[in-house]
Design a protein around this ligand. Sequence first.
Ligand SMILES: Cc1ncc(COP(=O)(O)O)c(C=O)c1O
Length: 351
Amino acid sequence: MKTLLYFADFRSDTVTRPSEGMRKAMFSAPVGDDVLGDDPTVLRLEAMTAELFGKEAAVFCPSGTMTNQIAINVHTKPGDELICSPLAHIYNYEGGGVAFNSGVQVRVTGDAYGRVTPAGIAELIQSPTNVHSAPTRLVVMENTSNKGGGTCLGLPLLTAVGAVAREHHLAYHLDGARLWNALQKDNESTESYGKLFDTLSVCLSKGLGCPVGSLVVGDSAFGQEARRIRKRFGGGMRQSGLLAAAGIYALENNRQHLQEDHDKIQEMDHWLSSFSWVAERKPVETNIVIFALGENHNAQQFQSFMTEQGIGVAAMDSRWLRLVTHRDIQQAQMDVLHKALHAYHLSFGAL
Ligand SMILES: Cc1ncc(COP(=O)(O)O)c(C=O)c1O
């Protein structure tokens, strides 16, 4: 089987390979059996993360999909409803898990950038006393919004939505797969997010460069139930301290580099703005740029052209593409992309 290794891989921030320092930390980590609750490195990562958010519990899981699905499962029962953006990862990219795992249906509100309004959320809330409707139990926000183009929702908006959720006694969960990027952009603290949400899912395997891992954070009763559901979903891991060590390394060393990813994406967005064949660009706020090609261009063809130059890009449909910066995009990768964009322009710019 042919494996494709891109020289410059802009498809996602999940493509990073563990750095030398991270590998060393993983190799030397003390481990136990986490299902039996005695892996010291996992316990340390969980305690560190809970403390970061000022919460009582954090549960280490293999993926951000699992941490979101666990939170949804704990907050709801079959027949309930949750509210999220139409762009939400839980709604688009978790394999129908909301329905499959929890028997919950989804109501959506918001714009093309993943933003919502408190009034838009309030309008969708269904009363638990109306026998005709599925009772709303949960509001899920995603910050940054992946499909929205890395948009930051901002603490004031999230606080206003949280007030609506509280008023209606709804649980409030954050899909914070890229919360680290939002905190960097808005200069906000983890504690302020911990205060606002009942539960948060944060990923280590995106901007922070870990090979695996996400945590779901909440109070101690939530943590206990989350552990049960993690086991039920098949996410109980044994000597997972090897993976948790990467997480500890990332939290201690890699958050401070996120601004470099944000600066690079601004530069790329600037390049894209100069080409006539780029018809639209979503606003760029963190480490993602999403753009659409003009009428006579095709995203799959653009992707093939880039692949031939050793560059990975993600075609989202026939027009829209996504580029993401991360720890493995350095100046050499930026230069290759810049050159390839000009080469594409020379070959197809006149179309
Ligand atoms: C916003 C968001 N939430 C959740 C996930 C799921 O993470 P994982 O791929 O670890 O399951 C992703 C993955 O890209 C994501 O972008």
